[in-house]
Design a protein around this ligand. Structure first.
Ligand SMILES: Nc1ncnc2c1ncn2[C@@H]1O[C@H](COP(=O)(O)OP(=O)(O)OP(=O)(O)O)[C@@H](O)[C@H]1O
Ligand SMILES: [Mg+2]
Length: 374
């Protein structure tokens, strides 16, 4: 079993400031856990503490039910794959993969079997005689992963393993990592800055900020029910649109909010303690806003930039009240810069955040795509 339990974990490099501020997190055996967060929030520090490369300043770290705070890295049963592949340049692929096992005293036949098995999974069996410099970036990355697999670790740690690869290789290697996870049924903790990697690979995504966990949940939970403004703004690309407004009516099953320069909008959220006159932030994802016939729109504005993606457009609009939003439009629709545009979103598309940035519970976050037809 390789479940990971992190309790009140703190880290300070200088004895004064906490880089990790009392983290609590449970990772199930076999779970694919993705860590995301802005640069410097403590992701690599957490990985390095998990594998024993960094001292623990406070709290408790358990793997498979055993506290490992003081266990040396070699005895933790963990393999870490770094962003830089860190292969030995003078050794061929086979020797690179064999090296750690040799040091650990495994016998030749066992080493050979493990390497052939891992090379088969990663489709690098034809490259075993090559030196790292004779490989493409993606192949090197697979060797680095292979070197981790042969050790049969109970826990894999990946620190931005795909960030050196070009777009096509990233997609290919991402799929391979997903398959690998299924085949090995291994527990994985994976750091990335890539939204698509996080959403597609993770059973669970953990959003970190300034050494704190902001929210942990399934990709869809985080996407549909971000608990606060930070998570809402962090998960999803393009970023969620935020509009400030004032509560103008409170119902049992929703709020009416007056947006600066727009009409009143209804949001299907649990009103909580909201009162008329409260200032709130509305959140709207680009794909949930649709163009409207003039006259019945909630917002109107002027197009100032259009990005053509092929299947869709991202239309950047400055609303008449001065706030900027981005709308995902049909790729076949030709929108001109400077064009006036009328926009609306259904009540179940709105997120509402109170003055502290805390999210009000959404009541009907159903199939938002079909509600576009309203
Ligand atoms: N060895 C060190 N000594 C002192 N401070 C450090 C050390 N390593 C990291 N830090 C600091 O700890 C904080 C967290 O760093 P960490 O490398 O964990 O961030 P990260 O989330 O991995 O960022 P990135 O996305 O840029 O890789 C940063 O403020 C960093 O400057
Ligand atoms: Mg890092």
């Amino acid at each position: 079993m390789a479940n990971v339990s992190i309790k009140d974990l703190t880290k300070s490099y200088d004895g004064k400031q906490n880089v990790l501020a009392g983290l609590n997190l449970d990772i199930r055996d076999g779970e694919f856990c993705v860590l995301v967060g802005p640069s410097g929030c403590g992701k690599s520090t957490l990985l390095r503490m998990l594998c024993g490369l960094e001292d623990i300043s406070g709290g408790e770290l358990s793997i498979g039910g055993d506290v490992v705070n003081h266990l040396p890295p070699a005895r933790r049963g963990i393999a870490m794959v770094f962003q830089s592949y860190a292969l030995y340049p003078h050794m061929n692929v086979y020797k690179n993969m064999a090296f750690g096992l040799k040091i650990a005293g495994s016998n030749k036949a066992d080493i050979d079997e493990r390497i052939r098995h891992a090379a088969g999974i990663l489709k690098i069996d034809h490259l075993l005689e090559r030196l790292p410099r004779e490989l493409s970036g993606g192949q090197r990355q697979r060797v680095a992963i292979g070197r981790a697999i042969v050790r049969k670790p109970r826990l894999f740690l990946f620190d931005e393993p795909l960030s050196n690869l070009d777009a096509a290789l990233r997609v290919q290697t991402r799929l391979e990592i997903a398959k690998l996870h299924k085949q090995l049924a291994a527990t994985i903790v994976y750091v990335t800055h890539d939204q698509v990697e996080a959403m597609t690979l993770g059973d669970k995504i953990v959003v970190m900020h300034d050494g704190h966990i902001q929210q942990a949940g399934t990709p869809l939970e985080l996407y549909q029910h971000p608990q606060n403004l930070f998570v809402a703004g962090f998960i999803g690309s393009p970023k969620m649109n935020f509009l400030t407004g004032l509560v103008s009516a409170v119902f049992e099953d929703g709020l009416r909010v007056a947006v600066a320069g727009g009409r009143q909008v209804s949001a299907d959220v649990a009103p909580g303690d909201a009162r008329i006159g409260d200032q709130v932030t509305l959140g709207l994802r680009a794909e949930h806003i649709h163009e409207n016939a003039t006259g019945s729109e909630q917002f109107s504005g002027k197009v100032n930039l259009v990005e053509h993606l092929g299947e869709a457009n991202f239309i950047y609009v400055t609303l008449s009240g001065g706030q900027d939003i981005v709308v995902r439009g049909d790729g076949n629709r030709n929108v001109g810069i400077g064009e006036e545009i009328a926009l609306s979103a259904p009540g179940n598309a709105f997120h509402v955040f109170d003055a502290e940035g805390k999210s009000l519970r959404r009541l009907k976050p159903g199939n938002l795509v079909s509600s576009r037809q309203h």
